[in-house]
Design a protein around this ligand. Structure first.
Ligand SMILES: Nc1ncnc2c1ncn2[C@@H]1O[C@H](COP(=O)(O)OP(=O)(O)O)[C@@H](O)[C@H]1O
Ligand SMILES: [Mg+2]
Length: 224
């Protein structure tokens, strides 16, 4: 599923945050380019800037300097609504902290973005997505009734339910046992191979990182 089209491009990204009188640079001059249909593993020690980079690439946060292009669209030219619309149509995101809605069941959490994206068959899609992460018996459970690993799988199902062109996932196997982690890796690469979904993964899992066509290692906010 490779093509010359670049799904994700970053040019000289920098992210600074100010704390009191000090400016802290979290990312320094990060550039990358990922063709559509391929996969990128972002690796590095805790605190190296992986989550920050993923958020910038997915348009969830703004860079201090530099440029991000998603499917050729420069995120810097979009306002917040424009960014949200682009994400709704093309981007799936699995947060490190899952960010499930506490007042909604697993099924409702997964269904919501597909409904917002206008899929008439959102409930059926959501059931299928939950089935493929092994949670068909947990449809009516609320996040508080699920283990960390189960919540992670609900978050993953939610992210791919709307068939995004690009799936961003922050440590998608981080809370899973080896066997469940392997199953989730299979699922991610099935999406990649069968639907051509571009994957951008933050991971500590060397095996998962090794399966990606591209790897990027951060150390203290710099690509090494
Ligand atoms: N909003 C913020 N304000 C201040 N520091 C931040 C903020 N976000 C992240 N950081 C700091 O930036 C560094 C990188 O964070 P993060 O991207 O979460 O790293 P990783 O995901 O690799 O563990 C950390 O030192 C973190 O404490
Ligand atoms: Mg992180």
């Amino acid at each position: 599923m490779s093509s010359d089209r670049q799904a994700v491009v970053a040019r000289h990204l920098a992210k600074e945050v100010s704390s009191g009188t000090q400016t802290l640079t979290i990312l320094h001059d990060v550039s990358l380019s990922l063709p559509a249909g391929e996969s990128l593993a972002i690796v590095g020690a805790s605190g190296s800037g992986k989550t920050t980079l993923l958020s910038l690439l997915a348009g969830l946060d703004r860079a201090t300097r530099g440029q991000v292009l998603l499917d050729g669209v420069d995120l810097g030219t979009l306002d917040e609504d424009g960014c949200a619309r682009l994400r709704a149509g093309r981007v799936g995101f699995v947060f490190q902290s899952f960010q499930l809605l506490a007042g909604f069941t697993a099924l409702e959490n997964v269904m919501l973005p597909a409904e917002l994206a206008g899929y008439a068959d959102a409930p059926a899609r959501a059931r299928l997505a939950l089935d493929s992460v092994g949670l068909s018996a947990r449809l009516e459970h609320y996040p508080a009734q699920l283990s960390g690993g189960e919540q992670q799988r609900v978050a993953l199902a939610r992210a791919f339910c709307g068939e995004p062109a690009i799936l961003f996932a922050d440590e998608p196997t981080g809370n899973l046992d080896t066997e469940t982690g392997a199953r989730i890796s299979e699922l991610l690469f099935d999406l990649n191979h069968q639907r051509g979904t571009t994957l951008v993964l933050v991971t500590h899992d060397a095996q998962l990182a090794g399966r990606c066509t591209h790897q990027l290692r951060l150390r203290a906010g710099r690509v090494i």
